[in-house]
Every structure is written in structure tokens, then in C-alpha cells.
Design a protein around this ligand. Structure first.
Ligand code: GMT
Length: 379
């Protein structure tokens, strides 16, 4: 198949999932054309089967804001024609599904270009449900030829906010060979020079991730277990608040802020426990990646996280903001190495048996076939 994929290239889990999906499809013999404003971060290698088409934006003094949605639609239609795309698969509804539908409509006199939209989370729970964006987001979803969501929770949330439930649940996935624990003695020595135990958080430090809670949890853990450190991976708007709170709580010296990192598996391989105290998480790709690397997860009981993390088996779930319980659970894990390693093993087994790419990618391919079969045929 010739598949067009559009993602947000620089930010967020939806871009990671779309990029990894493209690579997995290419590895199975399909040709994937990424159409976006810049090269998606996870796309380090382009080749015959993984191609990139940059959306070009014309600036003109009259335009207060450049019309990206239209430029994207134009590029989608052009690439569909020149590369003979079988379908367009867009990740994150706003504005990608609208651009794709525009592209499909503009091509209609010549051919039909099926559009598949994958819902990732904040496109539904935050942005899409905002009254100002709701009608156009609903239009994009309803008009798509096929819609997938990354969790049962997100399917239910979409039904509630948009009264639409013709949605296939296809979860996030991991490549089980890329995501596995491996020796990282040098990194561990840098992060934990005195052999401390490591709590790790990975996110884009947006308010929805509640990274300040990580410091609150860590301060409570450190009172019980002084030989621990907190490693904060990523960057974003909440970082200043996180650092400020760490100073206030007197634990700043035990926190390591490493910023954005390309080699997340290394940091997860150095981790003893992952903290994911998010306000909302439709799936929680960070939790899945940690589990694949044998790291037990301390997370909020929100959104799709209970589908990913089994409370008491592969990690612990708590109500949003219950930093006392999260700290108690983390302390229990850090105190008992055998218990922690057993839970880490179960986390890996759970991640690989349910979410490895060999299981999930065929679900996307079957869904593509179903959509193509149902698409209008030329007369
Ligand atoms: O909120 C983010 O971190 C970004 C957002 C996105 O769409 O880029 O992430 C969402 O998609 C991820 C990949 O499917 C999911 O694993 C995240 O749970 C989801 N984030 C939220 O729902 C807050």
C-alpha cells in the first residue's frame, strides 16, 4: 500500500505513535509518505519506503496567521496524486482530519482518497470538547472514512462528547526489541553517583502531566529513603514550577533535570520506578514504554491508564493528586528489590503480550483493508 501519514512532528505522544507506525508499516513492505510541517522527531532515517513531504507555507502581509490547515490540505492532495496514495491516515483530529477531508473533497472529481483519523486524547478531552472547537472536530471525525482510538476509555469519551462511536480501538504499541532493559552502567553512575535508587519521570512537562507532583512524591520518599534521586526527563512549561517546588521542599540537590532526550530507553533502563501522576492520560505511552523496560509504574487512576497498568501487579494506581499514597507505594517498591524486580518482570510480560508491534500493527492493516473495501469505487 501507499500510505500518507500526518502527525504533529515535534511534540507529544501522537507524533511518536504516528512515526513509529510509519516505520513499522515500511518494515512490512508498504511505502509511507509523511506529510507535515517538519520531519517528525522519531523519523531519523528516510529511504525508498519512508518518505517525507514538507508542507510549504506562503506568508503574505494580509495573513495575520498563516493558514496551515489549507497548506496541509493542498500538500495532502498533491502527494495523493503524485504518489498515488491509497489512503491518508492522520494522527490527532485537529486540524489534521479537517485538512484530510478537504484534500479528499478536492480530489473527488478524479478519485476517492479514504481518510482515517486516529484520536489520541487531548484532541477529544481538552481541545475537541472546548465549545468553540467541538462542532468542527465532530465534523472531522464523522466525515472520516474510518476512526480509531488508542483506548476503550477514549472511545467512550468520544461517544460522550461527540455522540459518535463507530470507532475501532487500536492501542499504542512498542517494538519489543527496541524497548527492553539493557545495561547502562555509565549513565546510572552519572545519575546516581553514590548508587542511589532512581525515580524517573518522562513527559513534555505540560500542566496535564502534573510534574510538580513528582517532586511532592519524591520529597516524601526521600524522607524515608535518603539514598534516592529523582530524574526528570523532558521539558516544557511546568519546568520552572517543578524546580521552584523542589527548592522549597529542600530536595533540589537530589533532582536531576536532563531535558529532552532522544534515548529514552537508556533512561528507562536506569530507572527503578516510573512516576506518571497525570491529570489526564488517554493511554499513557510513557507507562507502556517503562513497563517494556521492566520498570513498575506509579500512576494516576485516570483515562486509559487502568487499561495499561494493572494495579498491584505491574504498578500502582492512585487518585489524581494523592501524592501521599503514590509516595507510600514508591517507597514500598524501592525498599524491596526482589518485589520490585518481580513487578518489573510482570510489567514487561504484560507490555509485550498485549502491546508489541507484531500484535498491534496487523490491527491497523486490517482496519485499512476494511476502510478501502467500504470506500466508494470509481464508476
Ligand atoms: O498529552 C500528550 O502528551 C500529547 C498527546 C498527543 O496526542 O500527542 O498524548 C496523547 O497521545 C499519546 C499517544 O497516543 C497517549 O499515550 C497519551 O496518553 C495522550 N495524552 C493525553 O491524553 C493527555
Amino acid at each position: 500500500m501507499n500510505i500518507g501519514i500526518t502527525v504533529y512532528p515535534t511534540y507529544g505522544g501522537s507524533g511518536i505513535v504516528g512515526s513509529e507506525l510509519g516505520k513499522e508499516l515500511a518494515a512490512r513492505g508498504h511505502t509511507v509518505h509523511f506529510i507535515s510541517s517538519s520531519l517528525p522527531t522519531r523519523l531519523t532515517e528516510l529511504n525508498e519506503r519512508v518518505r517525507f513531504h514538507e508542507v510549504e507555507m506562503m506568508s503574505y502581509p494580509l495573513f495575520e496567521h498563516q493558514p496551515y490547515t489549507l497548506a496541509l490540505a493542498t500538500k495532502m492532495a498533491t502527494v495523493a496524486e503524485t504518489e498515488n496514495l491509497d489512503l491518508l491516515h492522520v494522527h490527532y483530529a485537529i486540524p489534521h482530519s479537517i485538512s484530510a477531508i478537504l484534500a479528499r473533497e478536492s480530489l473527488k472529481p478524479k478519485r476517492y482518497l479514504p481518510v482515517i483519523t486516529t484520536l489520541h486524547g487531548t484532541d477529544i478531552t481538552l481541545v475537541g470538547a472546548d465549545r468553540s472547537y467541538l462542532p468542527i472536530t465532530r465534523y472531522g471525525i464523522v466525515q472520516s472514512d474510518g476512526v480509531t482510538a488508542i483506548s476503550h476509555y477514549l472511545k467512550a469519551a468520544t461517544k460522550e462528547s461527540f455522540q459518535f462511536d463507530d470507532i475501532e480501538v487500536i492501542p499504542n504499541f512498542i517494538c519489543q526489541t527496541d524497548y527492553q532493559r539493557h545495561p547502562v552502567a555509565a549513565l546510572r553512575a552519572t545519575l546516581a553517583p553514590a548508587g542511589e535508587l532512581l525515580l524517573v519521570h518522562v513527559s513534555n512537562f505540560r500542566p496535564v502531566k502534573r510534574p510538580v507532583d513528582c517532586v511532592e512524591i519524591f520529597a516524601r520518599v526521600a524522607q524515608q529513603l535518603p539514598a534516592t534521586r529523582l530524574v526528570m526527563v523532558g521539558d516544557g512549561s511546568e519546568r520552572t514550577n517543578v524546580e521552584h517546588r523542589a527548592r522549597c521542599l529542600g530536595v533540589y540537590d537530589k533532582c536531576v533535570f536532563v531535558g529532552k532526550q532522544p534515548n529514552i530507553v537508556d533512561y528507562l533502563s536506569a530507572a527503578d520506578v516510573l512516576l506518571l501522576p497525570s491529570e489526564q492520560e488517554s493511554f499513557g505511552l510513557a507507562a507502556l514504554e517503562a513497563m517494556a523496560c521492566e520498570v513498575p509504574v506509579i500512576a494516576s487512576r485516570v483515562g486509559g491508564l487502568p487499561e495499561v497498568v494493572t494495579d498491584g501487579e505491574t504498578g500502582y494506581l492512585s487518585e489524581v493528586g494523592d501524592v501521599e499514597k503514590m509516595a507510600a507505594d514508591a517507597t514500598r517498591l524501592l525498599r524491596d528489590e526482589t518485589f520490585r524486580r518481580d513487578m518489573g518482570q510482570r510489567a514487561r510480560e504484560s507490555a509485550v503480550s498485549r502491546y508489541r508491534s507484531d500484535i498491534v500493527i496487523p490491527q491497523y492493516l486490517q482496519f485499512y483493508q476494511k476502510v478501502l473495501q467500504q470506500a466508494p469505487k470509481p464508476n
